[in-house]
Design a binder for this molecule. Structure first.
Ligand code: IMP
Length: 210
């Protein structure tokens, strides 16, 4: 084991991951950079299941520490849809302009608490010996009245942070990383990875009790 492989092809996610885990002393690479192109069947019904499916699929192809995330938007008024289907909701190839407009349309006539929503992120880790770990984090907000902002991706233009009066598309990449579901879940996972790396170096885990 000499790398962390993050199971994504998304460069935006890789930037966030490197910012948070880049100083652990081992390279952090994407699947593509690791030369891996697995066919991942994301058919779980929870963020936890999907994150673990991705991480275990990549783990079966390499000897590295593997991390994967699964994330999405839960809109309470829509029964927590699009949820685990966030990327595929209304079709994978449908633009987010259209998806966001559809969410706004379905919420028309509602206000305040009725528009509550959250981004959820689960990070799964699989270590070279097959040990697994997961962390989950959320960022609470509301669906905005109209799309705003040029930053971020996906549902960011309609995800309002009521305390700031800004959507997550109006934050800089650094600001979003500090408070985002993915940033928080990655920071929660960090001590577990550090623990594994320490054990690897010292071999403490394999010492017989005296
Ligand atoms: P995943 O890549 O399978 O985890 O799919 C996550 C999907 O959830 C993305 O394609 C977006 O639709 C949505 N999503 C997750 N995180 C964010 C975010 O930070 N901003 C906007 N949309 C997000």
């Amino acid at each position: 084991m000499n790398r962390i492989v993050f199971a994504t092809g998304n460069e935006g996610k890789m930037r966030e991951v490197r910012e948070i885990l880049g100083d652990l002393g081992i390279p952090v690479v994407s699947m593509k950079e690791a030369g891996l192109h697995p066919d991942i069947q994301e058919n779980g019904s929870t963020f936890e299941e999907n994150a673990l499916i991705k991480a275990l699929t990549v783990h079966s192809l390499c000897q590295d520490i593997v991390l994967a995330d699964d994330s999405g938007l839960e809109v309470d008024y829509l029964g927590k849809q699009p949820g685990v289907h966030s990327a595929r909701w209304m079709g994978e190839d449908t633009s987010y302009e259209i998806k966001n407009q559809e969410i706004l349309r379905r919420l028309s006539g509602t206000s305040g608490e009725d528009r509550s929503a959250r981004f959820v992120c689960v990070i799964a880790a699989v270590f070279p010996d097959g040990t697994t770990a997961e962390t989950r984090a959320v960022i609470e907000g509301q669906i905005a009245d109209a799309p705003r902002g040029e930053g971020g991706f996906g549902y960011d233009p309609i995800f309002l942070l009521p305390d700031r009066g800004l959507t997550t598309a109006e934050l800089s990449a650094e600001e979003k990383n500090e408070i985002s579901h993915r940033g928080k879940a990655l920071r929660q996972m960090r001590p577990t990875i550090e623990g594994w790396l320490r054990e690897e170096k010292t071999g403490v885990r394999w010492k017989l009790p005296e």
